[in-house]
Design a protein around this ligand. Structure first.
Ligand SMILES: NC(=O)c1ccc[n+]([C@@H]2O[C@H](COP(=O)([O-])OP(=O)(O)OC[C@H]3O[C@@H](n4cnc5c(N)ncnc54)[C@H](OP(=O)(O)O)[C@@H]3O)[C@@H](O)[C@H]2O)c1
Length: 259
């Protein structure tokens, strides 16, 4: 695994790289890194990475007090903002105080176990609203605060390609993320928009400690190891900062889908 120091380029090298790339410059104070769903798991790990590198970071979750507490625990410049994506009507208002955004990460999730034979309408509606309408409404609300160098990253997942019992809503919204990425990239150009679709992330709060399931996933993964939150964060940084990455939906699964 890369050490933190090995991934932090020197200031001059970074400046030269960014000049060559047209500069994504997420470290600058000209715009923040906003991680929607940044109070836990992969979103929080990504927020920590950017705060450590000197960016102004905002993390969101549903509860104001929890957001403030989590933000206070992040080393660097980080503040919390309460935002519930299952209530898209109030999203624009909640985001009014946010300034220019250089990197927008949409990572929020509420899990839903749902199948088509026992279809729980309320749960399905909640997740579809959160992940598709809620994500889109965040982008709509912030569109005037994204300049040409801004980048957006949308989290999906691989249940869209490898469903499991109860994954109907999750598979559906993950597939929707692919379409959302495509349409946002076209509508917001030259703002770059990419999707990231991790396999099961072994050390994420959702999976940690679920030994039996994880053993099976590891066995089926070509690399013989589980995807980690740091793996996903590395891929997320690549998508947010590489000036040529646009409209991509990147699978990060160690080759799990191929077996
Ligand atoms: N973990 C995996 O193995 C895995 C695999 C494939 C894809 N993914 C995707 O990766 C992303 C991050 O997953 P994760 O497991 O790291 O997440 P996580 O630890 O479960 O965190 C979920 C985040 O979403 C926020 N959230 C929950 N309900 C919300 C709502 N109604 N409105 C707004 N925010 C809400 C939570 O904030 P509060 O709890 O503070 O409200 C928290 O910040 C998700 O989009 C997920 O679908 C994860």
């Amino acid at each position: 695994m890369l050490s933190t120091s090995s991934i932090r380029p020197s200031t001059s090298r970074r400046a030269a790289t960014e000049a060559a790339q047209g500069s994504s410059d997420v470290y600058s104070k000209n715009g923040c890194v906003l991680v929607v769903g940044g109070t836990s798991g992969i979103g929080l790990r990504l927020a920590e990475r950017y705060a450590e590198r000197g960016a102004d970071v905002i993390v969101t979750g549903r509860d104001e007090e929890r957001c403030a507490r989590v933000a206070a625990g992040v080393a660097g410049s980080c503040r919390g903002l309460a935002l519930d994506l299952t209530e898209p009507d109030v999203v624009a208002d909640r985001l009014r105080a946010v300034g220019p955004v250089r990197a927008l990460v949409l990572a929020a999730i509420e899990r839903d176990v749902n199948s088509i034979r026992e279809y729980d309408l309320a749960r399905a509606t909640r997740l579809v609203t959160l992940k598709l309408v809620g994500y889109a409404e965040v982008v709509h609300a912030l569109a005037d605060r994204l300049d040409d160098r801004a980048a957006i990253l949308v989290f999906g997942g691989l249940a869209m390609l490898r469903p499991y019992p109860g994954s109907t809503t999750v598979s559906t919204v993950n597939g929707g993320v692919v379409g959302l990425v495509h349409t946002l990239a076209v509508e917001l150009a030259p703002v770059r928009v990419n999707g990231i679709h991790p396999g099961i992330v072994g050390d994420s709060p959702e999976w940690v400690g679920k030994g039996n399931v994880l053993d099976g996933v590891r066995e089926r993964t070509l690399t013989g190891r589980l995807v980690s939150m740091d793996d996903v964060v590395d891929a997320a940084v690549f998508l947010l900062e590489n000036a040529a990455m646009n409209g991509a939906n990147l699978t990060v699964d160690g080759g799990w889908l191929l077996r």
